[in-house]
Design a protein around this ligand. Structure first.
Ligand code: AMP
Ligand code: GLY
Length: 427
């Protein structure tokens, strides 16, 4: 079968690498993929943008695509799955009416309130005046969130009233995130370790994957700006079997039932961003897709055939399908362009080490120069990944792979996995 994956980052590279192991797939296409994915030989890259719905439908029709995986948030929220399904192409990924769980924080917060799913308490504002009024009396710190998609940057933690006023001004008046700032959520500041849990669901049955920990800040010690993610480890040692059982009962299953009850059955990968607060696990955010760079550490631990699981999600047979994970640990260290997520330069020659399982490099941002050489092409450039029996070994091995990735302005955090290791050492 011919299968296409929509998207062009490290997450998509990890999905492609995993799908490549399926005996049922003859050819894998990435739309658009990137030059690093193409150079690795893991997919044929096709110059159709990830948000180009008519382009994806036309490509699928003309090339006899039998199954599509829509990975990024924008095309999901824009309805790419709906369009492909209408054209007769079965897809892995939610329809637009379910992707709204990520596409609108006003939607997801009211869903959680209506169905009693634990989350931070909050207020919704649709005008800057009413938000500014609330900012004068709200508890501090206060978390201000743009309603819509904002490249992971729409969340501002405000310690002071002045900072809250500024956040409201930039999101609702200056519209730094465009129409995503037409409404905002202002919510209670929670504390505790964060855990990412990705889960396969066919709308009725939900099978969580191994847990992971993202490192969202740009600099060591969780300092600096929020980024798309500077590295990940799996499993997350804070997420014990006991906590997993609580999350299944109070968060995962209620969410799937709530989406069903709303007439918005969710099929695909549902991402739970959780905070383990002193009052128990609470939802920080839902994403309607695989996380990046969580996928780069979770899929290498999947023992079952990813394509079989994806088909079971689409055809509603997940309950009868095996989804099992190895007991190993994994680590992903992101090699970024210095200055990311603000100003950074690209276009430097990129040299990738040749790796063999259980090591891998997943390319997020690479291009071809006019003379055909591989050059850097983004803020996040490469994810260096290793799988080993212990977390310490996985971290050490991932840093060895990251050291072997070469480009002029390479920047990595030096402490990926450190917090998780100190958690393990304190048990
Ligand atoms: P999000 O884009 O929703 O994942 O938020 C980005 C980051 O902001 C999260 O990973 C948390 O670290 C932080 N955050 C979001 N909401 C809250 C909250 N209510 N309390 C504390 N931190 C938060
Ligand atoms: N790593 C966080 C995300 O994918 O949104």
């Amino acid at each position: 079968m011919k299968v296409m994956v929509i998207g062009g980052g490290g997450r998509e590279h990890a999905i492609l690498k995993s799908l490549k192991q399926s005996p049922e797939i003859d050819t894998l296409y990435a739309l658009p993929g990137n030059a690093g994915i193409e150079a690795s030989g893991d997919a044929v890259c096709v110059p159709v943008g990830a948000k180009d719905i008519p382009g994806a439908v036309a490509f699928a029709r003309e090339n006899g695509i039998g199954f599509a995986v829509v990975a990024p948030d924008d095309p999901l929220v824009l309805g790419m799955v709906d369009a492909l399904e209408e054209a007769g192409i079965p897809c892995f990924g939610p329809r637009a009416n379910a992707a709204i769980i990520e596409g609108s924080k006003v939607f997801s917060k009211s869903l959680m309130k209506k169905y009693g799913i634990p989350t931070a308490s909050y207020e919704v504002f649709r005008s800057p005046e009413s938000a500014l009024e609330y900012a004068e009396t709200c508890p501090l710190p206060i978390v201000v969130k743009a309603d819509g998609l904002a490249l992971g940057k729409g969340v501002l933690i405000c310690e002071t009233r002045e900072a809250a006023r500024e956040a409201i001004h930039s999101i609702m008046e200056e519209k730094v995130f465009g129409t995503s700032g037409n409404a905002i959520v202002m919510e209670e500041f929670l504390t505790g370790p964060e855990v990412s849990v990705l889960a396969f669901t066919d709308g009725v049955c939900i099978k969580p994957m191994v847990s992971s920990m993202d490192h969202k800040r740009a600099l060591d010690g969780d300092r600096g700006l929020n980024t798309g993610g500077m590295g990940t480890i799996a499993p997350n040692p804070y997420y014990t079997a006991e906590i997993a059982a609580i999350c299944r009962k109070t968060i995962f299953e209620p969410t799937i039932r709530a989406m069903q009850a709303e007439g918005r059955p969710f099929q695909g990968c549902l991402y739970f961003g959780l905070m383990l607060t002193p009052d128990g696990p609470k939802v920080i955010e839902y994403n309607c897709r695989f996380g990046d760079p969580e996928t780069q550490v979770v899929l290498p631990l999947l023992k079952s055939d990813l394509f079989s699981v994806m088909k079971a999600v689409r055809f509603g047979t997940l309950a009868e399908t095996d989804v099992s994970f190895s007991a190993d640990c994994s680590c992903c260290v992101i090699c970024a362009s210095e200055g990311y997520p603000k100003h950074y330069e690209t276009g430097f020659p990129l040299i990738l080490p040749s790796t063999e399982a259980p090591d891998a490099v997943y390319v997020s941002g690479a291009k071809r120069s006019p003379d055909g050489t591989l050059i850097t092409g983004g803020g996040r450039v490469v994810g260096a990944v290793s799988v080993r029996p212990t977390l310490q070994e996985a971290v050490d091995a991932a840093y060895r792979v990251a050291d072997a990735v070469s480009f002029q302005n390479k920047f990595c955090r030096g402490d990926i996995g450190k917090r998780a290791l100190s958690c393990l050492n304190s048990i």
